[in-house]
Design a protein around this ligand. Structure first.
Ligand SMILES: NC(=O)c1ccc[n+]([C@@H]2O[C@H](COP(=O)([O-])OP(=O)(O)OC[C@H]3O[C@@H](n4cnc5c(N)ncnc54)[C@H](O)[C@@H]3O)[C@@H](O)[C@H]2O)c1
Ligand SMILES: O=P(O)(O)OC[C@H](O)CO
Length: 344
C-alpha cells in the first residue's frame, strides 16, 4: 500500500485477545475498517463473537459490529494492510514467527507491547524486524489504559516509526472523537519508555501500600524520570523522547492509578503478599516484573546509576526487607535536581 492516509477502509488485524488488543480493535472497527481480532483460544473467540463482549478482559464493553473475532490466524491476517501485535513480551516472538509466512510484503506491523524480551534484551520492534522480511514496522505506546479508552475518556498515544507514511496511516486509522495519535521517529526511545515506566508503577504501588502520600509519589515519579532518561542516554536513545506522552505521560498515568496491573502488583507486595501470588492474583500481564530483572542487569553492565531499579530489585528478588531498602535509598548521595540543560 502506498497511500499515506487511510481515506478508504483498510483490512486490519489485531493479534491478541486481551484488554488492549480488544480496545484497539474496537476503535479501528468503529472507524469503519474491516477489522479482525485474533485470539488463540477457540472457546474465548466463540464467546466474544456470540456475546459481542470480551467478558474475560473487558467486561461490560459492547464490541463493534464490524469487529470480526477469530481463532484462525490465517483468516485473521490474510490480505491485511496493517497488523497490530498486542501479545505479552513473553510470547511475542512465538506469535510473530507463526504469522510471518502469512503476511504480504509491505504489511505494516505495529507493536503495542510494553516489554523487553527475556535473555536477549530485544525490544518488540527488533523482534518484528528479525522475524519478518520486507515489512514496515512501528510501535504504539502512551498513557493508555484499555478500560478508559473503551469508556471514551479523552486519550492520546504515540505512533513511532522512521516510516513517516506509516505514522500518518496509523494516525488516521486510530483517530476518533476521543482518541488522538501523535507521531515520533524515535522508535527505540518510545518503546524503551513504555517498558521502563512499568518498573516505577510497581514502586509507587508499593509506596501506596505502605501509606505514603502525595509528596512521596511525586518524589518517586520525578526521580524515576531522571533514571529513565539516564538509562535512555546510555543506551543511545534520545532522552527528550521521555518528556513526551510515551515517557512522562505514561509514567504519571501508570504510577498513579490502580487500573495499572504493575501498580497493583507493587501494592500487593507492599501489603506483604509474595510476588508470585501477587502476579497470579492480577491474572493479566504485568510486564514490569520481568523488566526489573532485565534493566537491573543492563544498568549494572553499563554502570548506569538507577537507585530505584536497584531498590525494587532488592525487594522483589533479593529478599531484602522493605524498611532497610527505603533507609538506604533515603541516605544516598543528594545530587543535582535536573541533570539536563538546554544550554550548549
Ligand atoms: N491493558 C492496557 O491498558 C495496555 C495499554 C497499553 C499497552 N498495553 C500492552 O499491551 C500488551 C498486551 O497487554 P494486554 O493488556 O492486552 O494483556 P492481557 O493480559 O490483557 O492479555 C494478553 C493476551 O495475550 C494472549 N496471549 C498470551 N500468550 C499468548 C500466546 N502465546 N499466543 C497467543 N496469545 C497469547 C492472552 O491469551 C491474552 O488474550 C502488554 O505488553 C501491555 O503492556 C496494555
Ligand atoms: O496495566 P499496566 O501496568 O500494564 O499499564 C497499562 C498501560 O501500559 C498504561 O499506559
Amino acid at each position: 500500500m502506498t497511500q499515506t492516509e487511510a481515506s478508504s477502509p483498510l483490512s486490519i488485524a489485531v493479534l491478541g485477545g486481551g484488554s488492549f488488543g480488544t480496545a484497539i480493535a474496537n476503535i479501528i472497527a468503529g472507524n469503519g475498517h474491516d477489522t479482525r481480532q485474533w485470539m488463540r483460544d477457540p472457546e474465548k473467540a466463540a464467546s466474544c463473537r456470540k456475546l459481542r463482549e470480551n467478558t474475560f478482559y473487558l467486561p461490560g464493553v459492547v464490541l463493534h459490529p464490524l469487529l470480526n473475532i477469530t481463532y484462525d490466524l490465517e483468516e485473521a491476517v490474510t490480505g491485511c494492510d496493517i497488523v497490530f501485535v498486542s501479545i505479552p513480551s513473553k510470547s511475542f516472538r512465538q506469535v510473530v514467527r507463526a504469522v510471518a509466512p502469512l503476511l504480504s510484503p509491505g504489511t505494516m506491523l505495529i507493536s503495542t507491547t510494553k516489554g523487553i524480551e527475556h535473555d536477549s534484551f530485544h525490544l518488540m520492534s527488533d523482534i518484528l524486524r528479525e522475524e519478518t522480511q520486507g515489512m514496515r514496522v512501528g510501535v504504539l505506546s502512551g498513557p493508555n489504559f484499555a478500560k478508559e479508552i473503551v469508556e471514551g475518556h479523552y486519550t492520546a498515544t504515540v505512533i513511532a516509526s522512521e516510516d513517516e507514511a506509516l505514522c500518518k496511516t496509523i494516525q488516521s486509522v486510530l483517530h476518533s472523537e476521543t482518541f488522538r495519535v501523535y507521531s515520533s521517529s524515535d522508535v527505540f526511545g518510545v518503546e524503551l519508555a513504555g517498558a521502563l515506566k512499568n518498573i516505577y508503577a510497581i514502586v509507587t504501588g508499593m509506596a501506596k501500600a505502605l501509606g505514603r502520600g502525595g509528596n512521596t509519589t511525586s518524589l518517586l515519579i520525578t526521580r524515576a524520570l531522571a533514571e529513565m532518561m539516564r538509562f535512555a542516554e546510555a543506551m543511545g536513545a534520545d532522552p527528550m523522547t521521555f518528556i513526551g506522552l510515551a515517557g512522562v505521560g505514561d509514567l504519571i498515568l501508570t504510577c498513579s492509578s490502580d487500573l495499572s496491573r504493575n501498580y497493583r502488583v507493587g501494592y500487593l507486595v507492599g501489603k506483604g503478599m509474595p510476588l508470585e501470588q501477587a502476579v497470579a492474583e492480577i491474572g493479566q500481564v504485568a510486564e514490569g516484573v520481568n523488566t526489573v530483572r532485565l534493566i537491573k542487569a543492563k544498568a549494572d553492565e553499563l554502570g548506569v546509576y538507577m537507585p530505584l531499579v536497584s531498590a525494587i530489585h532488592a525487594i522483589l528478588f533479593e529478599e531484602r526487607p522493605i524498611p532497610e531498602v527505603i533507609r538506604d535509598l533515603m541516605s544516598g548521595a543528594q545530587t543535582f535536581d535536573v541533570a539536563y540543560s538546554a544550554k550548549p
